[in-house]
Structure formats: structure tokens, C-alpha cells
Design a protein. Structure first.
Length: 58
């Protein structure tokens, strides 16, 4: 989780997106999702077959 209180004002400004990056993200959100054989849509049936590969931290 990102803890904003650990950073100085200058560091936060440096981490912020530029106007150009924000515009690129906005345009990307408007693009349609294109599925293919390498990236098929996840159906509920496929989702049930997913398994966690790493050990859960408790």
C-alpha cells in the first residue's frame, strides 16, 4: 500500500503523472478490449480453474 506521509512534497510531484501521461491513459481507457487466442475472455468457468501459485500470507 502507498503511504503518502513517507514522501516529501518534491518526491510526490516527481511521482505524479504528467499531463501527457494522463491524456495517454484517458485515450487508453476508451479503447475496446481485443481478445485473441493468447488472451481469451475469462468466463466464470475459466475463473473457477484459476489457482493461486504462491503461498497465502496470513
Amino acid at each position: 500500500m502507498f503511504n503518502i506521509s513517507k514522501y516529501t512534497k518534491e518526491e510526490l510531484v516527481e511521482l505524479a503523472f504528467t499531463g501527457e501521461e494522463r491524456e495517454e491513459l484517458r485515450r487508453a481507457r476508451e479503447l475496446p478490449i481485443i481478445y485473441d487466442e493468447d488472451c481469451p475472455p475469462v468466463t466464470p468457468e475459466r475463473a473457477r480453474n484459476f489457482h493461486r501459485r504462491s503461498e497465502r500470507h496470513r
